[in-house]
Design a protein around this ligand. Structure first.
Ligand SMILES: *[C@@H]1O[C@H](CO)[C@@H](O)[C@H](O)[C@H]1NC(C)=O
Ligand SMILES: *[C@@H]1O[C@H](CO)[C@@H](O)[C@H](O)[C@H]1NC(C)=O
Ligand SMILES: *[C@@H]1O[C@H](CO)[C@@H](O)[C@H](O)[C@H]1NC(C)=O
Length: 366
């Protein structure tokens, strides 16, 4: 009753306390696998530009004073090379780091960390990703503050302008046409969107992805939304610790919508190319057969408190598991570094059944 009632009530537009708590943190999930083979040296693309939410935030939110979507405190970062929190919602690296590594690039720096320096060099890429961001502008109000997807695209427009100034129109166009534009967003909208009492939030901010194309972006890597109903936060709401089927239903519906939009863009926009990763299906396989991928714990978060470590978020007073490599979830919404590595590896050169119409490796070579 309790778990399904969240959806039923919130879809009717009534905001209850439980749904507030749920919105309060993060609707997060889920990610990834394959044996990670480190290949540095060769750059497969000149630059990586990252758009999205906390799954790929590498520190933008550290620069936002009012957001509650933050990860700049322990135990986040416990396995990062510096063993310090960085703003990543992870024990270590996240999907943005692994995607950059796969492309032979350094992690794209957070945009907000660069704007203070006049001589910013954007020619290897930059990250606009921000924890709490959603496709719809209203979604970020749940976290008080984040860089909305529209704002991320606006910032990208500024970067494109600077590249044209630095390199000239022709060189900038060439660079951007070969660069990778990764988009990892949507999870916050799923529950946030349906959990909102304010219909005005739902109307605001139709995203303007066309503008990315207008500003020279041609190669897109899009991660679909994972089976968000299987995050510890969602399982905790079911008496049996089973997945929240309603959340999964909407995630899957959202992914179908994304796929049809991308197919439409490809017919309408010259040279528009993309790789859409079926995060949903891959993630379900992962939690259904964790041992196949080297994991032992697919339900509980590593860091947190209470049932499934999902009653409370990962904060300095939470406990965390001793082996982060055998857990799929780091906290109640986000994957561990190990799971993020696996998902990006699969998106990069995994089988056709997960990547449509091509995987990332094939996308960079066309
Ligand atoms: C920016 O960095 C690239 C290498 O990533 C370098 O080739 C280029 O000269 C730099 N541009 C400026 C304006 O500093
Ligand atoms: C709770 O788990 C049961 C399986 O144990 C499932 O049938 C039910 O749909 C789940 N509830 C929700 C709201 O998803
Ligand atoms: C931690 O888990 C991984 C993955 O299951 C396993 O390979 C490794 O041996 C474990 N480490 C320890 C110290 O138990």
């Amino acid at each position: 009753m309790a778990s399904s009632s969240i959806f039923v009530k919130t879809m009717r537009g009534k905001l209850n306390f439980t749904s507030l708590i749920i919105m309060f943190y993060y609707y997060y999930f889920c990610i990834f696998i394959t044996n990670f083979k480190y290949s540095s040296a060769t750059k497969l693309a000149p630059a990586l530009f990252v758009f999205g939410d906390s799954l790929v935030d590498v520190g933008n939110n550290n620069h936002l004073p009012f957001t509650i979507a933050k990860a700049d405190f322990p135990h986040n970062g416990v396995d990062f090379p510096t063993h310090k929190p960085t703003g990543r919602f992870s024990n270590g690296k996240n999907a943005a780091d692994f995607l950059a590594e796969k492309l032979g690039l350094l992690t794209s720096p957070p945009y907000l960390s660069l704007t203070h320096t006049k001589s910013s060099n954007f020619s290897s890429g930059v990250s606009f990703a921000s924890g709490g961001a959603g496709i719809f502008d209203g979604t970020d109000q749940l976290y008080h503050q984040s860089i909305t997807f529209n704002k991320q695209i606006e910032y990208y427009g500024i970067v494109q302008g600077k590249l044209v100034q630095q390199l000239g129109q022709a060189e900038a166009e060439k660079l951007l046409s070969k660069s990778i534009f990764a988009i990892v967003i949507g999870s916050n909208d799923i529950l946030g969107y349906f959990g909102s009492s304010s219909s005005s939030q739902k109307k605001k901010g139709i995203p303007q992805q066309y503008r990315m194309y207008d500003f020279g972006a041609r190669k897109f890597v899009i991660f679909g939304v994972a089976a968000v109903g299987c995050c510890p936060s969602q399982r905790d709401r079911n008496k049996t610790d089973a997945c929240n089927e309603a959340a999964n239903f909407w995630a899957s519906k959202y992914n179908k919508g994304v796929q049809s939009i991308l197919q439409q863009y490809q017919t309408q926009l010259k040279d528009f190319k993309y790789s859409l990763f079926d995060t949903y299906t891959f993630f379900l396989n992962l939690i259904q057969q964790p041992a196949t991928y080297g994991f032992k714990e697919e339900k509980s978060a590593c860091c947190g408190l209470g049932n499934l470590n999902a009653k409370f978020a990962c904060t300095p007073i939470s406990t965390y598991c001793s082996n982060r490599s055998d857990h799929i979830f780091w906290d109640l919404y986000h994957p561990t570094e190990a799971a993020a590595r696996l998902i990006v590896g699969t998106a990069f050169d995994g089988p056709r059944k997960y990547s449509f119409p091509v995987n990332v490796k094939q996308l960079v070579s066309v």
